[in-house]
Design a protein around this ligand. Structure first.
Ligand SMILES: *Cc1c(COP(=O)(O)O)cnc(C)c1O
Length: 353
């Protein structure tokens, strides 16, 4: 190893974020990364077909003003309260650059989305990880245990567990936390409520959304955040100059406008979720109440790792998290009805072994 490279020691120490796999084998039932089983809105297809490729010789609008204005209107805020991003992961990167340094880190309950920890490692910032209880509820002592953090990041609904914390608890956090609060609403379209309205009341709150899950556009890479004009101004300084491509801005606008398609596909996924939960529970599984497009479920014997491996041998790929608090569970994305059927059939065979 070249000792003169001067790579930052925190980078050498870290292993980097590990995305869920994108397996290539044939006839696979892919239920491991919470993608949408339905295609994106047909309006996206039209916008793509109508896109004039010759425009790509110019840079895109660096802030995406047309899209910002449309999104702002929908949420009843002003355009300077919106920032566009190359997916939620990009929003999270901007936020970590703005708030996290060697002394003031990021606070979050665990288990949660593992990227939050990775961002701390990248910034060489302390991670304030507060364990949830066995039901994965929001920790009562969260504020007490995170006094040195400059930002709290809360996935609501949470992943990999699927549950949603009470909104009143989030409001208390916004009030009491000495710093900013980011609520990562990657799954909000599948949930019964959202914290978006609280942005108008708390100027330290950032709410982020993504088109990867409910809008079926994980491959496009688009998300946005809503906050106070002051926080958005700081995030603008921390973003990559042209972080959302011209094509992405065009397609995201088409998708955002098609509310009917969102409602239709989301409701089908919620039906699939209800069926999956009902059938798994009938087979003795423990499931966590889900407000997302996935179900966190533990087989009756608590042998999550074996169940994961059994499904995988049958080309059904779900996600397994080997940490102490999550090891008896697997996370199952709600797929098409026939995919749910195949998973349930394989599960019956697993339980008879
Ligand atoms: C999927 C997910 C994201 C990442 O979304 P992208 O927009 O695809 O980057 C962010 N947060 C949570 C909690 C997620 O589950």
């Amino acid at each position: 190893m070249n000792r003169n490279l001067r790579i930052r020691p925190n980078i050498l120490r870290m292993s980097g974020y590990v995305p869920g796999e994108q397996p290539k084998f044939a006839d696979i039932v892919k239920l491991n990364t919470n993608e949408n089983p339905y295609p994106p809105s047909p309006e996206v297809k039209k916008a793509l077909a109508g896109f004039d490729y010759s425009r790509l010789d110019r840079y895109p609008d660096p802030v995406g003003q047309a899209l910002r204005e449309t999104i702002a209107k929908e949420h009843g805020v002003s355009p300077d309260q919106i920032i566009l991003a190359n997916g939620s992961d990009d929003t999270l990167t901007m936020v970590s650059r703005v708030f996290a340094d060697e002394t003031h880190g990021i606070a979050f309950p665990v288990p949660t989305y593992s990227l939050y920890k990775t961002l701390c490692e990248l910034q060489n910032a302390p991670a304030f990880e507060v364990p949830s209880n066995a039901d994965f509820e929001f920790p009562d002592d969260f504020e007490e245990k995170t006094a040195g953090a400059s930002i709290a990041i809360i996935a609501r609904p949470n992943s990999p567990t699927g549950n949603i914390y009470p909104r009143e608890r989030m409001e208390r956090l916004c009030r009491d936390f000495k710093g900013a609060v980011m609520i990562d609403e990657a799954y909000a379209d599948f949930a019964s409520d959202s914290c978006m309205e609280l942005v108008k009341k708390y100027d330290n709150l950032i709410v982020s959304r993504t088109f990867s899950k409910s809008r079926a556009l994980a491959g496009l890479r688009f998300g946005y955040a809503v906050s106070s004009p002051f926080i958005i101004e700081q995030m603008m300084k921390a973003k990559d100059s042209y972080n959302v491509s011209m094509l992405t801005q065009t397609l995201a606008l088409a998708a955002f406008r098609d509310k009917a398609y969102l409602a239709e596909t989301t409701s089908k996924i919620k039906e699939g979720r209800a069926r999956l939960v009902k059938e798994l529970r009938a087979m003795g599984f423990r499931t966590i109440p889900s407000e997302t497009n996935f179900v966190f479920a533990a087989p009756p014997a608590g042998n999550g790792a074996e169940y994961f491996a059994f499904l995988r041998e049958r080309a059904i790929v779900v996600r397994y998290f080997k940490a102490e608090s999550t090891r008896s569970y697997v996370r199952i994305t709600v797929g098409l009805p026939e995919e749910i059927g195949r998973l349930l059939d394989a599960t019956r065979v697993f339980l008879k072994k």
